[in-house]
Design a protein around this ligand. Structure first.
Ligand code: IPM
Ligand code: MG
Length: 367
């Protein structure tokens, strides 16, 4: 067997499934693809982008939000880049046929139990936040959200008829194994950061949270170099806007993580800024944390930064290309430094640009 030279090892071929989806998805995804292509070229890598339908777009084409072809493509790619799904057009459908099901299906089928949502403030945007500069200055929070368990997937669930009307129900359920594996991820990433994990639960009321806390304490025994704190979710929601600087890694359940990550996003100025990585198995999925924003779709008004930064997370977490990921993040910072802003982060004295121009400027800044 011929041994590859070090130079050859550095150059990689990667197949990326591109699922643009609905609303602003098709406007922001091309920006991330162009940026990935540019950094790939610079680093000598060959990225192959294969597009497929997902969400409402797939419902219109096939009747189902996650067609088999799309799922197969995702499973046989090295990573998945996803825009957004959903919109008013599909809101009346049964739950099983709604666009959001595609996301849940991909997470479940790909085994992506860990969702990493970093809320880091670009100092240029301190004045774009609804909170005071002194509260948010320097914040760098990572929400580690459990993604394939809890009330999103728990059974029994449903709506049933009763003599007096209906009864709707879902089940919040976590097993030792599910809590252990997500806790390990949180402690592992904390070791690369400020070594502080705040585990968020509702252990004063919920049995599933009582188990959550017990298991997290158990897992922590192997991570004595990391500090562990516990916080109830209501208090965490308050502390995030009172003093977000106290957080490094927030470890939490699927539902609490969904809610707290939107709140954490607003600390950074706009939900349009936040990327995410869903990992846990061989194929990772990368998407901005915001939704399809149908109100601004097609108007060249969406902020592409969360999407582009998701591409950077893909390079870092799925492909181990941290230098290339830095290139993208530095380009975003540089363009913000030039005073370029989409509407969601606009401030007096800055230049208002559309999706296309923001994307082009970031691309140019990569060179
Ligand atoms: C998110 C979204 C999704 C979720 C929806 C669209 C299913 O809000 O990724 O945060 O609830 O997980
Ligand atoms: Mg959400």
């Amino acid at each position: 067997m011929r041994v590859k030279s070090e130079d050859e090892e550095k150059f990689m071929n990667k197949k990326i499934a591109v699922l643009a989806g609905d609303g602003i998805g098709p406007e922001i995804v091309p920006a991330a693809v162009a940026v990935l292509e540019a950094v790939g070229k610079r680093g000598g890598h060959a990225f192959e982008f294969v597009h497929a339908a997902v969400g409402g777009q797939a419902i219109d084409d096939t009747g189902w939000p996650l067609p088999d072809d799309t799922l197969q493509l995702a499973k046989t790619s090295d990573a998945v880049l996803l825009g957004a799904v959903g919109g008013p057009k599909w809101e009346g459908l049964d739950y099983e046929r709604r666009p959001e099901r595609a996301l849940l299906g991909l997470r479940e089928q790909l085994g992506l139990f860990a969702n990493l949502r970093p809320a880091k403030l670009y100092s240029e945007l301190a004045d774009a936040s609804t909170l005071k500069r002194e509260v948010i200055e320097g914040i760098d929070v990572l929400v580690v959200r459990e993604l394939t368990g809890g009330i999103y997937f728990g059974k029994p669930k449903g709506v049933e008829a009763t003599p007096t009307g209906h009864r709707g129900f879902n089940t919040e359920v976590y097993t030792t194994e599910e809590i252990t594996r997500i806790a390990k991820i949180a402690f592992d990433v904390a070791r690369k950061r400020r070594r502080l994990v705040t585990s968020v639960d509702k252990a004063n009321v919920l049995e599933s949270s009582e188990l959550w806390r017990k298991v997290v304490i158990e897992v922590h025994k192997d991570y004595q170099d990391v500090e562990l704190r516990h916080m109830y979710v209501d208090n965490c929601a308050m502390q995030l806007i009172r003093n977000p600087g106290q957080f490094d890694v927030i470890l939490t359940t699927n539902l609490f993580g969904d809610i707290l990550s939107d709140e954490a996003a607003m600390l950074t100025g706009s939900i349009g800024m936040l990327p995410s990585a869903s990992v846990g198995a061989s194929v990772g999925m990368y998407e901005p944390i915001h939704g399809s924003a149908p109100d601004i779709a097609g108007k060249d008004a969406a902020n592409p930064i969360g999407m582009i930064a998701s591409g950077a997370m893909m390079l870092r977490y799925s492909f181990g290309m941290s230098e290339e990921a830095d290139l993208i993040e530095n380009a975003i910072q540089a363009v913000l430094g030039q005073g370029c802003r989409t509407g969601d982060i606009a401030a007096p004295g800055t230049t208002l640009v559309g999706t296309k121009e923001m994307s082009d400027r970031i691309l140019q800044s990569i060179g």
